[in-house]
Ligand binder design. Sequence first.
Ligand code: HEC
Length: 238
Amino acid sequence: MHRLMFAAFALIFVSSPLRGQQDDVDRGEREFRACAPCHSLEPDRNMTGPSLANLWGRKAGSLPSFERYSDALKDSGIIWDDRSLDAWLSDPQHMVPDNEMTFAGIKDGDVRSDLLAFLKVATKPGAAPAPAAQRRMNGMGGMMGGMMGGARDPNLKTLGAGQRVTSITHCRDSYRVTMADGRTRHFWERNLRFVTDSSSDGPESGAPAIMPAGMLGDRAAVIFAAPAEISKAIEKRC
Ligand code: HEC
């Protein structure tokens, strides 16, 4: 009887910290949704911010494939570990004044520690390709990608006819955009953005793509392979 009770206690003691850790990781994965619009966990897939793959032990501002680090972060001398990441996520501007991560920070220490538990697993070399947080966002495809600044847009070379732009005209304060499926949409000129994506996920040269942007359905971005294509593609016609 005693032995049984002892076994039961031992089980509880042994298993609960492990279960606790897994819970932290699961909660942290949900918290990562605050980061996913700007950061991927795939090596060298940079978005607004640098990829966070292989983060632990990395010198701040040192990922060679990321071109947009601030001098403030590059010169900070920080090495990313449990402690420095906790301080960074609690108040980035306090830790590194003038850095360019537009993120207010996470004041709740429990939330930070869950997020770090998740990141520590998900940023390890060879960790699962895309964790569920990012997969979920990918699943929502261009819609969410467009709205949130691009968790991960689909590869723009493989879009359907409805998102392949064949002509753009400008008249007074309006653009008319015609797609390969024959449909034409009108935009107020302030609601259409012209952007480029030169990555391997970007459109074919000369074949710009259109993606919804914003929450109201009245905005979109036309994505070109290179800046030189933009004004060439827009014809002045009323
Ligand atoms: C709005 C976009 C945005 C959001 C949201 C965001 N970041 Fe960032 N992050 C950036 C940018 C941009 C940088 C580079 C800052 C610089 O160079 O000053 C950065 C830098 C970092 C770095 C330093 C990486 C390195 O290579 O030195 C870490 C770590 C980081 N972010 C983690 C996070 C985490 C975790 C979250 C979510 C809680 C988050 N960020 C949310 C844009 C963002």
